[in-house]
Design a protein around this ligand. Structure first.
Ligand code: FHN
Length: 589
């Protein structure tokens, strides 16, 4: 299935915490697919950068999801919302008098981004709560005028970014403003009881503040508008013009709305499984919430960060990873630690991440992922195969040589063999690199790959339902929230007819028995059948759960090397709700 970009994606309704997945698609707005040729110069930031720091920091960080003695679970910057602490506007505004982030150290944050290997920082200048984190002249509800802190942290950060050679971008919530009269999802009346609409907010705050952030902080790299929702087009056009006039080199995020931005931002926390064309980014978090939440200690490990970074670069995009500083301005220590550890790897192998292109396989491989520079492949080995054989299915381009990159830049040459359309590279038994070994492969020409799924002879191979040819069932994208505002994504096959099938063409190098598992969600007990065209059929009944879980089905035999079509069907149980996410093959005999 060719990936459809956000605006065209089908998505199932997920009603949790009062926000619908389909509302989010509407909120994220229609985005553009490709950077216009005329804007290519601005696109350089993404072409060369590929890795950036996102920062959600504001008045909500002072609350940290603990309000009046009660903890709220979900994204911290939404604490005001009715699904979270439901804080009245005046009560929220009064909190500014307590917000005093005296430990904020712009230099330390910029240095952290630099140490992490990131190329630019995008920080919340104003989020949906309407509180400006810079000195705004058009609204007193800002960090300089309304808090005892009385400093402009954006000035400090812009100096620090300059010092470390980092780009600086501002997040600005142009549509939603929950505290200014007329703002999206905000009060409908002014303090003196006058009814106002969006125009009032736009003319008295939004437009002026976008002027401010694009003129008060020197050259900026990005204006990151978010959740355009139903904002009228003419306002977005004007905002984009303001950015173009004041910052001709700055990129405008696709979430400005109406396809007027320069690039696409995928759904929150969505690392795509298939290459995506055009200029795009994924925004992700180091833990679960964007803004600081006191209990949120579920950090991505350095290896997970690298896996998600390399996956984004390998799918052709850019990865922007968020931190949420506390209300006192400090960055949670474990966030800093995990970023720095991942950064050490990025610094050992900068050629793998910066200025590289998407993988010719178009998806991850069982042992890891691939980035490309011209005729060089960088194989990032996240799971080291037993026996050290690294298998590349369907590589048509001739390999000149392969070598292991080492910490000290020294390279060990590796043995390369080809058999039945597979390339095998032998890894040494011991490798100095303990995080993620990298193999550099030199090719005779630019890489070309046959688009079938190889069943890895030594590691488990997972093939997603997203890549199946489907008849007699629905193949759809679904988004849902685990906690309020934390989005999860899956492409599933569900709603099966009796004759429905999800099929994949696979290529087997080593014949024999493979154990087959399915990952699915559903209701009650379900019977699944697995068929090899012209060959074996196995079936089994297993339980199911509301969340996606993996269940074993049985062993299946591939009697000889070569290509097969493997199909999954749902035979008994609740065929409507049975929702297949992936099939897994593990070599056994
Ligand atoms: O509502 C915001 C959310 O708070 C956060 O800023 C994310 C980051 O991408 N954007 C919106 C939801 O998509």
């Amino acid at each position: 299935m060719k990936r459809l970009i956000i605006a065209g994606m089908l998505c199932a309704m997920a009603v949790q915490g009062g926000l619908l997945a389909e509302d989010m698609d509407a909120m994220w707005g229609q985005q553009v697919l490709k950077l216009k040729a005329a804007d290519a110069e601005r696109g350089q930031l993404f072409e060369q950068g590929n890795y950036a720091m996102f920062i959600h920091w504001g008045l909500y960080s002072h609350i940290g999801n603990l309000y009046k003695g009660k903890s709220y679970y979900g994204i911290g910057e939404w604490i005001m919302n009715k699904n979270m602490a439901n804080i009245p506007v005046d009560e929220y505004k009064a909190l500014a008098a307590q917000f005093n982030p005296v430990k904020f150290d712009a230099d330390e944050i910029a240095k952290l981004a630099k140490d992490a290997g990131m190329k630019y920082i995008v920080i919340t200048s104003k989020h949906h709560d309407g509180f400006a984190m810079y000195h705004s002249k058009v609204s007193k509800f800002n960090i300089v005028d309304a808090t005892p802190f009385a400093r402009d942290p954006m000035k400090e950060l812009s100096k620090a970014c300059e010092k470390y050679g980092l780009g600086l971008g501002f997040y600005y919530s142009h549509n939603q403003d929950w505290t200014f009269p007329g703002g999206g999802n905000g009060p409908k009346q002014t303090a003196d009881g006058k009814n106002v609409d969006f125009k009032y907010y736009y003319e008295n705050k939004c437009r002026e503040q976008v002027e401010e952030i694009t003129t008060q902080y020197g050259p900026i790299a990005i204006v990151w508008f978010d959740t355009p929702g139903r904002i009228p087009r003419e306002y977005v056009e004007e905002l984009v013009q303001i950015v173009r006039k004041n910052q001709p080199k700055a990129l405008v995020s696709g979430r400005a709305g109406y396809g007027l931005g320069d690039y696409v931002t995928l759904g929150d926390m969505e690392v795509p499984n298939e290459n995506v064309e055009g200029i795009w980014e994924t925004v992700d978090t180091t833990n679960d919430s964007w803004a600081y939440a006191w209990y949120d200690n579920y950090w991505k490990t350095p290896k997970e960060i690298l896996h998600r970074l390399v996956a984004c670069v390998g799918r052709g995009g850019t990865y922007m990873l968020n931190i949420g500083p506390r209300g006192d301005g400090t960055v949670p220590e474990l966030a800093a630690l995990t970023l720095r550890k991942a950064g050490e790897w990025v610094k050992r192998y900068p050629q793998v991440v910066y200025g590289t292109d998407a993988s010719p396989w178009q998806h991850a491989l069982p042992w890891g992922d691939v980035t490309v520079k011209d005729t060089t492949l960088f194989l990032c080995v996240f799971d080291i195969p037993t026996g050290g054989g690294l298998y590349l299915p369907g590589l048509k381009t001739k390999v000149k040589c392969a070598s292991l990159l080492s910490r000290r830049g020294k390279q060990a040459d590796l043995k390369v063999q080809t058999r039945d359309g597979w390339t095998q590279i032998q890894l040494p038994a011991r490798m100095a690199e303990k995080m993620v070994p990298v193999v550099q492969v030199e090719l005779e020409a630019k890489p070309e790959v046959d688009p079938y799924w190889g069943i890895d002879p030594s590691l488990e191979t997972t093939i997603l339902a997203q890549f199946a040819q489907v008849t007699g069932a629905k193949q759809e994208s679904k988004k849902w929230m685990e906690k309020f505002g934390e989005w999860k994504h899956v492409v599933r096959v569900w709603n099966w007819e009796k004759s429905g099938k999800a099929s994949w063409e696979v290529d087997v190098l080593e014949p024999g028995y493979y154990s087959v598992d399915l990952t699915y969600a559903g209701e009650g007990r379900i019977v699944w059948g697995i068929d090899i065209e012209g060959g074996e059929h196995i079936q089994n009944q297993q339980n199911s759960s509301h969340n996606y879980q993996r269940f074993p089905i049985g062993w299946i035999n591939f009697p000889k090397a070569g290509k097969y079509t493997v199909s999954v069907s749902c035979l008994e149980g609740d065929l409507t709700e049975a929702s297949l996410k992936a099939i897994h093959f593990t070599p056994v005999l």
